[in-house]
Design a protein around this ligand. Structure first.
Ligand SMILES: NC(=O)C1=CN([C@@H]2O[C@H](COP(=O)(O)OP(=O)(O)OC[C@H]3O[C@@H](n4cnc5c(N)ncnc54)[C@H](OP(=O)(O)O)[C@@H]3O)[C@@H](O)[C@H]2O)C=CC1
Ligand SMILES: O=C1OC[C@@H](O)[C@H](O)[C@H]1O
Length: 394
């Protein structure tokens, strides 16, 4: 057991070298004291690229990693490194099930990027495996760990806006292109069905996160009610969803949520996130408005029924480490992983396994209603260590 002055340190292995792997790793390398955290710390031990060892080496340069961090040219080497406590899976959605399974089967704890998997059955298999192997597993929905999200959940629980009856959330990009196209090339992971592309799994998950953390997560255990799902989807020419709207209904709680996402028009038309809220949490006594983007919100407002025009505005800036000139907000989910490992917890109470599974069930149902189909290679729930998704056959 660490003493109160010695932080409990966890040793990270990073799987993949793309955009979010770089951002997350730079957050890991910030000094926890710059966000007022003293009880835990993070150590970057290794990074793996499925493309080449060179990619891993150049990744370490880009993130300004300290000397001594190992670079691997395969995911298998990473998960077999005895110095790694936890693997961060930062591959496209299509790969999460096979990659997270690769790590769990090798006895590693896992933090897996969102969307957790491509379907609910894959999510259930990951959870069963973590349970059977007594390992920690968490879906990396970073927004839930923001102090802003924690504060909003506390406000709702304290009854500040009364009974919450409706939540409306949007997370959309204005990537409309000429002649009905989107600005993403068809091979891009945002629209490529082979990579489980589409608005819902990439962006809509955040709209759903706001519905779930306000309407579902806060329901008392004895009253937990899984939602009914009604979805409407417009398909892109690649076969992925380009616009998806979902209504979640909780009849026992007399509540509903509307989760929106599209790649055609942005939530914030002028890119400033000041014109209007991305999320409205509406209660019997007032509402909380969260300014976008839904995945990285920095401000919320409280409008009470009896406020007589007085609106409370609360800013929640993301601390930066001045030494590294960095701070994106992903460190809070990493801190949660460290505290769970320190305390022997296998899942995070802020996003329990059961909730990740219900969210995957909702997304699977919505995609089914919209007739979106992904290939067998990425939807199978049969683990294959030799799958090209694990070995890097791109
Ligand atoms: N939490 C957040 O804010 C964000 C989360 N994400 C999530 O992170 C994941 C990765 O997204 P992002 O980093 O933007 O994606 P990138 O395309 O930038 O990177 C993905 C990485 O995965 C690896 N990979 C393995 N196989 C393939 C393949 N067939 N095609 C493409 N890449 C492959 C590659 O690394 P290598 O070659 O080294 O193996 C690649 O660099 C997604 O699940 C996404 O939803 C994304 C952005 C923000
Ligand atoms: O998780 C995400 O949040 C930020 C977006 O830019 C990105 O596409 C998405 O994957």
């Amino acid at each position: 057991m660490a003493s109160s002055t010695t932080p409990f340190t966890i040793r990270w292995g990073i799987m993949a070298t793309g955009g979010i792997a770089q951002t997350f790793t730079q957050d890991l390398l910030t000094n926890p004291a710059t966000r007022d955290v003293q009880d835990i710390a993070h150590k970057l031990v290794a990074v793996a690229s499925s493309s080449s060892k060179d990619s891993a080496v150049s990744f370490l340069k880009k993130v300004k990693a300290p000397a001594g961090v190992k670079a691997y040219g395969s995911y298998a080497e990473l998960v077999n490194d005895p110095d790694v406590d936890i693997v961060y899976v930062a591959t496209p959605h299509s790969h999460h099930f096979q990659n997270a399974m690769l790590a769990l089967q090798a006895g590693k704890n896992v933090l897996c990027e969102k969307a957790f998997t491509v379907n609910a059955s894959q999510a259930r298999k990951l959870v069963e495996t973590a349970k059977a192997k007594n390992l920690f597993l968490m879906e990396a929905v970073w927004t839930r760990y923001f102090p802003l999200s924690i504060k909003i959940r506390e406000l709702i629980q304290s009854g500040s806006i009364g009974t919450v009856y409706r939540v409306i959330a949007d997370n959309s990009f204005g990537t409309d292109g000429p002649n009905g196209t989107l600005t993403f090339p068809d091979e891009n992971r945002m629209v490529n069905p082979d990579l489980a592309g589409g608005a819902l799994l990439d962006l809509g998950i955040y709209s759903l996160t706001w519905l779930f953390q306000t309407l579902y997560h806060l329901q008392p255990e004895a009253e937990k009610e899984a939602p009914k799902t009604v979805a409407a989807i417009n398909k892109y020419k690649t076969g992925a969803d380009e616009m998806t709207n979902i209504i979640l209904q909780f009849p026992e709680h007399k509540s509903m949520g509307v989760a929106m996402t599209t790649l055609r028009v942005a939530t914030d038309v002028d890119g400033q996130n000041t014109a209007g809220p991305a999320i409205k949490i509406q209660g019997s006594l007032g509402e909380i408005q969260v300014m976008g983007p839904a995945y990285r919100p920095l401000q919320y407002k409280i409008v009470k029924k009896d406020s007589a025009g007085k609106i409370e505005v609360v800013d929640c800036p993301i601390p930066k480490d001045p030494e590294r000139d960095f701070g994106h907000g992903m460190f809070w989910e990493a801190d949660e992983c460290a505290r769970c490992l320190r305390d022997g917890k296998k899942e995070s109470a802020t996003l329990p396994w059961s909730e990740s599974i219900v969210i995957m069930e909702v997304m699977e149902e919505a995609l089914k209603q919209g007739d979106i189909k992904y290939p067998e290679l990425i939807t199978t729930d049969v683990y294959d260590p030799k799958s090209p998704l694990n070995t890097g056959g791109k």
